[in-house]
Write a protein that binds this ligand. Structure first.
Ligand SMILES: Nc1ncnc2c1ncn2[C@@H]1O[C@H](COP(=O)(O)OP(=O)(O)OP(=O)(O)O)[C@@H](O)[C@H]1O
Length: 267
């Protein structure tokens, strides 16, 4: 027994590491836009590999081996925004940082969002977490001011110079306004989802920020995280979601990616 353990403990460690990597890879990719393409490709390739092995089809075997190199490149292209976010997360040492807005500033933000909603003023916020949003700050105007309902509603008043674009919130302060975020290329079923919501999805695809949106058209409040849009939430739901994400790092009870009821950011 002891001989078996000393001989095979490395295999056990390898199996545990590979299983953990596969599981985390699955969790990471299952909610992304390429998940279905990836699943389809894997099923196709595994079936082909199995058939060609069983029937000893040499040409197909040879082709599959050659294709695997191109497949690796295709996967990098397919999951480019997600990979960028993971690398940025690793680079930002997020595991060691704790960038959480205090409850008072969240209250201020939510109150301002409700005011903007009742006045039908569109607004977009990106709440910075671990990953630096400097590249987006540079596209707007630096504000660096304490948050207040008055300031936020003034910024997003349609007649001000800063109302176009998004505001960046960092540790309870308005860092910048009028910022341009990357627009998500995800296919969205709802035609009412325009550029503001797409920009919210885009900035959360590429960073670990949380985006909050007030719709100019309907006054609806929405939240985007990791590229997914949760549309038309009640103020209390926004607060709960924010607390969940800020506490657990992800949305608890996350709806499945297949046809979720109110989540629109899926292919
Ligand atoms: N890349 C971007 N980054 C930040 N803000 C953007 C970006 N693109 C558009 N916006 C903002 O979105 C506004 C246009 O919103 P649009 O009506 O297309 O979006 P929407 O998602 O339908 O939102 P709403 O429900 O508020 O109409 C612009 O005036 C601008 O303020």
């Amino acid at each position: 027994m002891w001989d078996f353990v000393t001989e095979h403990w490395r295999d056990g460690v390898e199996i545990i590491i590979l299983a953990a990597l596969a599981y985390h890879g699955y969790l990471f990719f299952r909610a992304t836009r390429g998940a279905r393409i990836l699943t389809g490709l894997l099923i196709l390739l595994l079936s082909l590999a199995l058939i060609s092995q069983l029937l000893e089809l040499e040409v197909i075997n040879w082709l599959l081996q050659r294709i695997s190199v191109f497949l690796a490149i295709a996967l990098v292209v397919l999951f480019q925004p997600e990979l960028r976010r993971v690398l940025a997360e690793l680079g930002s040492h997020r595991m060691f940082s704790f960038n959480r807005p205090d409850p008072e500033s969240l209250d201020v933000l939510l109150e301002a969002m409700q005011k903007l909603s009742s006045r039908r003023c569109g607004a977009l916020f990106a709440l910075k977490r671990g990953i630096d949003l400097k590249q987006f700050v540079e596209t707007g105007v630096e504000v660096d001011a304490a948050m207040s309902v008055e300031l936020i509603t003034t910024i997003f008043h349609p007649k001000t110079a800063l109302h176009d674009g998004g505001a960046i919130i960092d540790q309870g302060r308005i860092q910048a306004a009028g910022c341009v975020f990357p627009v998500s290329q995800k296919e969205v079923r709802d035609r009412a989802i325009g550029l503001r919501h797409r920009a919210a999805m885009g900035v959360t695809e590429e960073t670990d920020a949380i985006a909050l949106i007030v719709s100019e058209e309907s006054g609806a409040l929405s939240l985007a995280y990791r590229g997914k849009l949760e549309h038309d939430l009640e103020p209390e739901e926004v607060r709960d979601r924010l607390n969940e994400i800020l506490t657990f790092g992800s949305v608890k009870n996350e709806p499945p990616s297949e046809d979720p009821p109110r989540e629109l950011g899926t292919v």
